[in-house]
Ligand binder design. Structure first.
Ligand SMILES: [Zn+2]
Length: 259
């Protein structure tokens, strides 16, 4: 059924011209749908130790910078695996690699270790005096020099034990601020060690497997317990029971008092 609207009613409605929408100063932000996709910085124990040595060499106030090679591991992990110190000018407010020093350093490196030169994708520097690890304007500008790479990692360190890493994913036009870092301790397969521990476990550890059986006659319904490790048949089988007086105490068959 159609609703009739009278002409009077229509005339009553005030037509207000809407305010036009004006694009504001946008504060666009991206956030993760899956939290597992961010890069993680892994530091080899050697590189970590190098950094601990370099920092005191800068004295009490100065900055100092260095480069590291980066090896891509799986699952978005990026390993810093060697440390390099190109010539530079440092002071309490800067650590600048000289163009001449840097090009000479890289020319030598390309001749002697091309693979390393191609993997030099990390720039680290110590911030002056008691400063924090937030990037300065200069630190941000510096990153434009590296944007011909697929990615580049920046690490900023201070004298209070804080290290802050930013991952610049130039290929996808994304920067990841304050990404997690950790020291990388690879655990390799070690068959000798596996064998040593298996031997020790076989001798010292027995697994209890409960198999309740009816106790024929005698003193009640005590469960017979078979002790063995099904995964390791060579361990042998012990048959016995748990004493009802002392549930923790296993009585092997040899010591069992049969009815
Ligand atoms: Zn800085």
């Amino acid at each position: 059924m159609k609703t009739q609207v009278s002409a009077d009613r229509v005339a009553e409605i005030k037509v207000i011209k809407p305010q036009e929408f004006v694009p504001h100063a946008f504060n666009t932000q991206a956030s993760l749908i899956h939290h597992s996709s961010y890069p993680i910085i892994m530091i080899s124990p050697d590189v970590y130790r190098d950094i601990l040595s370099i920092i005191p060499s800068a004295g009490e106030y100065n900055e100092i910078g260095w480069l590291c090679t980066v090896k891509e591991l799986d699952n978005r992990k990026f390993l810093l695996d060697s440390t390099h110190m190109p010539p530079q000018i440092v002071g309490p407010g800067e650590s600048t690699f000289t163009t001449e020093g840097l090009s000479r350093y890289f020319t030598d490196l390309i001749l002697n270790n091309l693979a390393a030169a191609n993997r030099m994708l990390f720039w680290g520097h110590l911030h002056p005096a008691t400063f924090g690890t937030s990037p300065s304007d200069q630190d941000e500008k510096q990153m434009n020099f590296f944007n011909h790479n697929d990615y580049f990692i920046r690490g900023i360190f201070n004298r209070h034990g804080r290290a802050e890493f930013t991952f610049f994913d130039y290929q996808n036009n994304v920067r990841w601020d304050d990404v997690p870092w950790m020291i990388y301790y690879p655990v390799d397969t070690d068959q000798k060690r596996d064998a040593k521990w298996l031997k020790e476990v076989l001798v010292k550890v027995k697994t209890v497997v409960y198999r309740k059986r009816k106790f024929r006659g005698g003193r009640g319904q005590r469960p017979i317990v078979v002790i063995s490790d099904p995964a390791v048949p060579s361990l042998g089988v012990q048959v016995g029971y748990f004493d009802s007086e002392n549930p923790e105490g296993f009585v092997p068959r040899e010591e069992m008092v049969w009815p």
